[in-house]
Design a protein around this ligand. Structure first.
Ligand code: XUL
Ligand code: CO
Length: 438
């Protein structure tokens, strides 16, 4: 059965094409920076948005039919598998990501949920082999059900902690079974609404405990991939413990988890934390924790997580600059944690949305590579710090000069003025010339 009959496989046609059901910029086999675009970008489909999100929002019900013809929850779950693989195949997407709950209905009990998963996972495995599509990462949804109202690992109630542990164990089993090299923790309810009822230290300790258990369990099953934390400052809780990349790094080091964990950086989460996407990526990179990316964008006028498809090419350019500087993806990739707008409700919109996102990232990759090749920005930065290359600067770096020596040196200098320009506008113009100059 074909679910998207009106759509043929999306092909690269080049920038001159006016066919919006083609890639104008993403040419999977074109080499950029020594690798094919496909290898550099490692696009992944998010199961939840793509096959699940039906346009429901705080004020209205769904505008899209995501049952894929299923008459029962299990039939829908099975049809989603076939629809999802048809979609990925037509888009030329080679990876996907899931939450346990996206794949199969929870039913009436944990045992029933696990039984349902055991029925669906072999179908997914068979489709993965058929289309040569891989799993980028798996995760457990420990935030949606009312039992998680006060948290999962950070719940004050031990039974809830145990339930989350059971979900994570099963999600890890599936992730390992399907051969992924990534497992994500996004702490949707791991935060607080008010400190008046919260023991923050206890909750943070428990969050680390559950992560340690996950690492120990997965490693005992031979899993050699990465674990990721996905930072987000707020929403759904008022304050989330995984606030931003720097906060998460501190958490990982405090609890000795930094060897097993990297970061999964999401664009819209960065902006909610009042950071740029590239800031969060750079924090991950300079801490040796660059892992994977949830590709989307927020709306600068709205203070919540809109999960829009990324079309801002400056943002994809600065993102890909960070990815290239990090040496590219290893186990991670670009997962479209993005949904078509509530008003973009047809199946065609799903394709158009993904094409828009993939083409925007293809442009970002090409631009980022050009910026590196051009070299003027990197040279400027290098030059800006060149006073540390020799003389007193080198003594500071090599530990040869302490406060006493520096004080003596400074006294010998007389007046110290700093008239060096930071040249921000000049650098922004270089970026524009590279992006838009002929
Ligand atoms: C929520 C979010 C999640 C994670 C996975 O804001 O980004 O979908 O990516 O749980
Ligand atoms: Co995400």
């Amino acid at each position: 059965m074909e679910f998207f009959e009106s759509i043929k496989k999306i092909q690269y046609e080049g920038a001159q094409s006016k066919n919006m059901y083609s890639f104008r910029h993403y040419n999977p086999d074109e080499i950029i920076g020594g690798k094919t675009m496909k290898e550099q970008l490692k696009f992944a489909m998010s199961w939840w948005h793509t096959l699940g999100a039906d346009g429901t929002d705080m004020f209205g019900s769904g505008t899209m039919d995501k049952t894929f013809g299923g008459k029962t929850p299990m039939e829908t779950a099975k049809n989603k598998v076939y629809a999802g693989f048809e979609f990925m195949n037509k888009m030329g997407i080679e990876y996907f990501c899931f939450h346990d709950k996206d794949l199969a209905p929870e039913g009436e009990s944990l045992a029933e949920f696990q039984k349902n998963l055991d029925e669906i996972v072999p179908i997914i495995k068979e489709q993965m082999q058929k289309y040569n599509i891989k799993l980028l990462w798996g995760t457990a949804n420990c935030f949606n059900h009312p039992r998680y109202v006060h948290g999962a690992a950070t719940s004050p109630y031990a039974d809830v902690f145990a339930y989350a542990a059971a979900q994570i164990k099963k999600a890890l089993d599936i992730t390992i079974e399907l051969g992924a090299k990534g497992y994500v923790f996004w702490g949707g309810r791991e935060g607080y609404e008010t400190l008046l009822n919260t023991d923050m230290k206890f909750e943070l300790d428990n969050m680390a405990r559950l992560m340690k258990m996950a690492v120990e369990y997965a490693r005992s099953k031979g899993y050699d991939g990465d674990f990721y934390i996905e930072p987000k400052p707020k929403e759904p809780t008022k304050h989330q413990y995984d606030f931003d990349a720097a906060t998460v790094m501190n958490f990982l080091r405090t609890y000795g988890l930094e060897k097993d964990f990297k970061l999964n950086i999401e664009a819209n989460h960065a902006t909610l934390a009042k950071h740029t996407f590239e800031h969060e990526l750079q924090i991950a990179r300079i801490n040796g924790a660059f892992g994977s990316i949830d590709a989307n964008q927020g709306d600068e006028h709205l203070g919540w997580d809109t999960d829009q498809f990324p079309t801002n090419v400056y943002s994809t350019t600065y993102c890909m600059l960070e990815v290239l500087r990090a040496g590219g993806f290893t186990n991670g990739g670009l997962n479209f944690d993005a949904k078509s707008r509530r008003g973009s409700m047809t199946p065609e919109d799903l394709f158009l949305s993904y094409i828009a996102g993939m083409d925007s990232f293809a442009l970002g990759l090409k631009n980022a590579y050009k910026i590196i090749e051009d070299g003027r920005i990197d040279d400027f930065v290098k030059q800006r710090y060149s006073s540390y290359k020799d003389g007193i600067g080198a003594d500071i770096i090599n530990g040869k000069a302490g406060l006493k020596e520096l004080s003596d040196y400074a006294l010998s200098l007389g007046k110290v003025d700093n008239k060096e320009s930071a040249r921000q506008e000049y650098l922004e113009s270089i970026v524009n010339d590279i992006l838009f100059g002929k």
